[in-house]
Design a protein around this ligand. Structure first.
Ligand SMILES: Cc1cc2nc3c(=O)[nH]c(=O)nc-3n(C[C@H](O)[C@H](O)[C@H](O)COP(=O)(O)OP(=O)(O)OC[C@H]3O[C@@H](n4cnc5c(N)ncnc54)[C@H](O)[C@@H]3O)c2cc1C
Length: 503
């Protein structure tokens, strides 16, 4: 079964500068682990404040979750404000809205000050319902957002080429090209004692004064450490059990001339789809995003097919150009966890749980993290506090998610006898089976050769499953992902899947 489009993100196809790996060691004021949205913006702020920084990136900067995003800069996060007022109170909800509005302004200001041409444009964002079942919730959201001082209104007919029952509209939100914006930011970091190291994976941090950051290219000594790896690899702070991975399918399609809608849209119906036009001189592009599914648990082919159907039924698609997948970690109270890593660690910081709204939130995160390090007060630090639990709001979700993870882990380890004894895999596909009585993950390459791997994720030992649409091994517990040959792609693991003998 062929899927449409080239298997790559629309954003990452621009040419990008490369940064050399760490070779030996370095001493800096602040080590920033992860060169994505949060890591690079934090590094930029700290360098401007006179600190030396080292950004340590396992792969290429800005190429992981940030390089596969939808790139809406908005404080309208589906329907959120009425819920936040109910669950965490009006003051926290107001701070959340303010931080996100400030995040949008911050990106605009940086792009303006540095003359970065990143296709930044102010547009309206809409959360709409097609079938009208969520109309009452839409009206409630408008009221809640207005009460918090956000630029909300009810719109009966948002500018979409299909019938919609109604929408929340936030005016003056923004779209931009995330990599055209971030690459000049990254290029400005090296120099005067600061560095960006690509292809440099961090395995561990040994706390101390200074901390020792252990990487595959040597050790970095730093007084402060920021873990901006989307989900921390360290067990300290237990973030792996406090936020949960969900994955989405994305398509970028060329539409018939003159049919690109103006604005950014997300449906609030089930299943949820997101719509994000991007004017492109080579032909306007519409990015559509499919419903979220749990990493390692969904039918990935079905997700891409459903998204293609959704897109073709509603827009005049001339050609699907790109397709890709992306995942983020969801926080049970819907507010990211940003700040001190844990109550027991010193001068170590984290940002995670962006729930697929990490750009405006992430720009605010960079300010919160740098203010922690510079020992300055920040108006949003308490709202994002990464050591909070808010068990009244999050307890049920934390229990049920972790119960499912535990149950899955037990099942995978106890029930290995249920695995098929014959590893019968077609070319280009993978499966978990038993080989000589031992569980293995087998990938049969297009040339017919078999690659045998351990099916157990090196992070906490859950059994990976085959993602047929993206040709990867995905861990259903905490979202680590590996290539067909077992190379680590993303997630909290710091090691590849172990290779097994082919005999
Ligand atoms: C489908 C989808 C659509 C989205 N759309 C939007 C949107 O429209 N608007 C919005 O606001 N948000 C959106 N988001 C969310 C947003 O894109 C993310 O929250 C944000 O990009 C996360 O940035 P980050 O820096 O935390 O992660 P990343 O960009 O993934 O950066 C983390 C970096 O850390 C590196 N790393 C990991 N482990 C190590 C290690 N051990 N050593 C060294 N480096 C390491 C990784 O390689 C990576 O480069 C979306 C998310 C998804 C999944």
């Amino acid at each position: 079964m062929e899927l449409p489009g080239q298997a790559a993100s629309y954003w990452t196809e621009i040419s990008r500068p490369e940064f050399a790996p760490l070779a030996g060691g370095a001493k800096v004021d602040v080590a920033i682990i992860g060169g994505g949205w949060v890591g690079l913006l934090t590094a930029d702020l700290l360098k401007r404040a006179g600190r030396t920084v080292a950004v340590l990136e396992a792969r290429r900067v800005a190429a992981q979750v940030t390089g596969h995003t939808t790139a809406k800069l908005t404080s309208l996060h589906s329907l959120i404000y009425a819920e936040l007022i109910r669950t965490v109170g009006e003051t926290t909800a107001r701070l959340y809205g303010e931080a996100n509005e400030a995040g949008i302004r911050y990106v605009e200001q940086l792009a303006g000050e540095r003359g970065i041409d990143c296709d930044f444009a102010r547009v309206s964002a809409y959360s709409y319902s097609e079938d009208g079942q969520k109309l009452a919730a839409i009206h409630e959201e408008v009221e809640a957002a207005l009460r918090l001082g956000l630029p909300a209104s009810f719109v009966a007919g948002p500018p979409l080429p299909f019938a919609v029952a109604g929408a929340v509209c936030f005016e003056n939100q923004a779209r931009f090209h995330p990599l055209k914006f971030l690459m000049p930011i990254a290029a400005g970091i090296p120099g005067d004692g600061s560095h960006v190291f690509e292809q440099t994976r961090v395995f561990d941090v040994e706390p101390g004064n200074p901390h020792r950051v252990l990487t595959d290219g040597g050790t970095v000594w730093a007084r402060d450490v920021v873990i901006a790896t989307n989900l921390p690899f360290t067990l300290l702070g237990l973030h792996f059990a406090r936020v949960f991975p969900k994955r989405h399918a994305l398509l970028a399609s060329r539409l018939a001339a003159g049919t690109l809608p103006e604005g950014m849209f997300i449906s609030v119906d089930e299943p949820t789809f997101s719509i994000r036009p991007h004017p492109d001189p080579r032909g306007d592009v519409l990015i559509t995003v499919g419903p979220a599914f749990k990493t390692g648990q969904g039918d990935t082919y079905a997700a891409f097919r459903a998204l293609e159907r959704f897109t073709r039924e509603r827009f005049q698609v001339e050609e699907v150009l790109w397709r890709w997948g992306n995942q983020d970690y969801y926080s049970p109270d819907r507010i990211p966890l940003i700040g001190k890593l844990s109550v027991t660690t010193r001068r170590m910081y984290v940002a995670t749980g962006f729930s697929a709204w990490g750009l405006a939130n992430g720009a605010a995160a960079a300010q919160v993290l740098s203010d922690h390090i510079l020992e300055r007060p920040n108006p949003w630090a308490e709202m994002y506090d990464a050591t909070r639990y808010r068990l009244r709001v999050t307890g049920k979700a934390l229990l049920s998610e972790n119960f499912e993870v535990g149950k899955g882990w037990l099942r995978d380890h106890v029930n290995t006898w249920r695995l098929k004894d014959v590893c019968d895999v077609s070319r280009g596909e993978g499966a978990v089976c038993r080989h000589h009585g031992v569980p293995v993950a087998v990938y049969k390459a297009e040339d017919g050769s078999n690659h045998y791997l351990s099916p157990f994720c090196p992070h906490l030992g859950c059994m990976v499953s085959w993602n047929s649409a993206e040709k990867s091994w995905d861990c259903p517990c905490h979202g680590s992902r590996f290539s067909a040959q077992g190379e680590l792609l993303e997630g909290p693991s710091v090691r590849d899947l172990e290779r097994r003998s082919e005999e």
